[in-house]
Design a protein around this ligand. Structure first.
Ligand code: LR7
Ligand code: MN
Length: 578
């Protein structure tokens, strides 16, 4: 069922079960940041909200809980209060028949009220938290393609019912060229009851990234944009804590805690506290708990915002002007995937912050598969998006992206990732910091060295080292001059911009400007614990020959690999391999 590319790597985000531990018991435990100290005093930002030059009054009120949602219209309905529903076995066929409409239990969803109550899963003290009286308003943007009727409606009702009306400027539904009939006149008619809801329709399928951009472009609200997936349920008091963060600092990008609506029984499940959004190579999103000792050391409270290296993608609020200052999303990203990495790197590297706000909680139906078609191949679409992000934002670390199974993307004849000039210009214009800065400051626990090994390349047999010699390699007594090499994620043996290339004919080498797309630059480094096979094997020459020291004249050459030959054993000074 998993989406594996040809290297066996997952390109979809992890499913709820895999990566987002759920709990049904009530939560306790504290929170805080792992990377930086949380601001002690709220920053008063005169630029946020209206342009009044007066210092904001501390005027504060408790988060509105809009208690009507706790006393639903129909308390005996199926799935009410987010309870699990076990359908009789006789319904199985029907459940299965409708499953693929949304890749969740659509049959059951259709039985559950569109305005059901869900358990208030906020930490207890959240109801006492204070927010400002003059919070900015928000436009809520849902984009969707062929969303299931009942879940789309439940998403909209949860916003209408659980957002303080004076803070909800409008809800924009962006129909990304859906094919289902019920999403046409029937949806128009239904939504016409709610003056705050507007529908815009895209003539051609654009994908969620450009669909969100289309929504943002027509937003009438001037303050804040809030993006949500179209199969969610906002919990009690979800909005004000998000807007409060933007109010305190317009460069904060707050995300709610994303809770789980079961795809099988539609129950609303509480997730573990202290989860951060992170990524692993090759740019795979995941959740990771804030370490226990960090929680203790910082005396983190359960309600404290948690700074996140990356956001999940679908659910967040952002100051509208700031969103556009950042260049919004790269409009060259197609359909699904990668935009969460793009916006996350952009926010952090260009002066903003991403936070999860524990007092704001939204349930989301996690599905095993995308229920809609990709206009082109899904795998290729996501890879291409990620390659665009890597090229613009990762600096020298893009080798780690490509080196974790995406080397084929470097061949631009195979995959056209499109023009990136505007994105690169934008990064310059905004004077954004380096990816290294981001790793060191925002995600220091990732500990991801940019090369696999470095230093001298020492041969055990002759006790000498590889050395640079004009445009070729020599083999000399080890010293510290001209003998420093990196073994990179692209499998190249590199000295500054020069790389060791195998020659297709003969047994020689060249030391020439690196080119990650060419196979003559790739050297397997074969290791084993017995240390008998530390060979540097050319991927290029026929039969994968090995780098060998020639004892007679102290030169180096390529020879058929021989596991026992000491002249073929090479060691770097320092290893960062796994
Ligand atoms: O072509 C499309 N056009 C659309 O309008 C494809 C999708 N969409 C809509 C779709 O109907 C839905 O409302 O876009 C929204 C997101 O699509 P999903 O629900 O298929 O995405 P997802 O929940 O599987 O994936 C997560 O990662 C995506 C990467 O591009 C987006 O950022 C999603 O918003 C994001 N969802 C979340 O963050 C919710 C929590 C999931 C996690 C972890
Ligand atoms: Mn989703």
């Amino acid at each position: 069922e998993k989406d594996l590319n040809k290297n066996g790597l997952k390109v979809s985000h992890p499913t709820a079960e895999e990566a987002h531990p759920v709990k049904t018991i009530s939560q306790q435990a504290p929170i805080k940041d792992v990377n930086r100290k949380e601001d002690v005093k709220p920053k008063i930002n005169l630029q946020a909200g209206d342009n009044s030059s007066a210092v904001r009054k501390p005027g504060v009120h408790k988060v509105l809980s809009l208690d009507a949602t706790h006393a639903p219209r129909d308390p005996n309905a199926v799935g009410q209060f987010g309870q699990p529903v076990i359908l009789p076995g006789s319904k199985n066929a029907e459940v299965m028949k409708r499953w693929n409409e949304g890749h969740f239990n659509v049959y059951l969803s259709d039985q559950i009220p569109v305005d059901r109550a869900v358990p208030d899963t906020r930490p207890e003290t959240c109801a006492q938290n204070l927010v400002h009286n003059d919070l900015p308003t928000t436009t809520v943007i849902f984009c969707f393609v062929d969303e299931v009727w009942s879940t789309l409606l439940r998403s909209v009702h949860s916003v209408l019912n659980r957002s303080p009306p004076h803070l909800l400027k409008e809800i924009i539904l962006v129909d990304d060229a859906s094919t289902k009939d019920y999403l046409k006149e029937q949806l128009d008619e239904y939504m016409s009851q709610f003056p705050r809801v507007r529908i815009i329709r895209l003539k051609e399928r654009q994908g969620l990234i450009r669909a969100r951009l289309a929504g943002a472009a027509v937003a009438k609200g001037k303050d804040v944009l809030t993006f949500l997936d179209s199969h969610i349920e906002c919990n009690v008091g979800w909005l004000e804590p998000l807007l409060e963060r933007v109010y305190l600092d317009r460069k904060k990008v707050p995300c709610p805690v994303i809770e789980v609506i079961s795809d099988k029984d539609m129950s609303y499940l509480l997730v573990d506290n202290f989860q951060r959004g992170i990524f692993k190579w090759p740019l795979v999103f995941g959740w990771s708990p804030v370490p226990e000792d960090v929680i203790k050391k910082n005396n983190m409270k359960v309600t404290d915002p948690i700074r996140c290296p990356v956001m999940a993608g679908g659910l967040f609020s952002i100051d509208k002007k700031y969103f556009f200052e950042l260049g919004a999303y790269d409009p060259g990203l197609d359909v699904w995937g990668g935009e969460n990495m793009e916006i996350s790197f952009k926010i952090w590297m260009c002066g903003g912050e991403i936070e999860i706000i524990p007092c704001s909680r939204v349930g989301h139906i996690f599905r095993g598969q995308n229920p809609y078609k990709f206009p082109k191949d899904r795998q290729k679409t996501v890879e291409r998006n990620l390659a665009r992000v890597a090229e613009v934002w990762l600096d020298e670390y893009k080798d780690l992206f490509y080196g974790h199974g995406y080397q084929h993307l470097l061949d631009r004849k195979v995959i056209d990732i499109g023009n990136l000039t505007e994105q690169i210009e934008l990064r310059k214009k905004l004077k954004c910091k380096s990816f290294k800065w981001y790793l060191d400051n925002v995600f220091p626990d990732m500990d991801t060295p940019v090369v696999k090994a470095e230093g001298l390349v020492f041969n055990r047999g002759l006790r000498k080292c590889l050395a640079l010699q004009k445009d070729s390699l020599s083999f000399e007594i080890c010293d510290l001059s001209n003998q420093q090499f990196n073994y990179t994620w692209m499998k190249s043996i590199r000295h500054q911009d020069l790389c060791v290339a195998a020659q297709s004919t003969g047994s020689g080498f060249a030391l020439v400007p690196c080119d990650n797309t060419k196979r003559e630059f790739r050297w397997f480094y074969k290791t084993s614990n017995s240390a008998l096979t530390e060979h540097l094997v050319s991927e290029f020459v026929p039969n994968h020959m090995c780098l060998e020291a020639e004892p007679r004249d102290d030169s180096v050459r390529l020879r058929p690999c021989q596991p026992s030959s000491v002249f073929q054993k090479w060691e770097f000074t320092r290893y960062h391999l796994q």
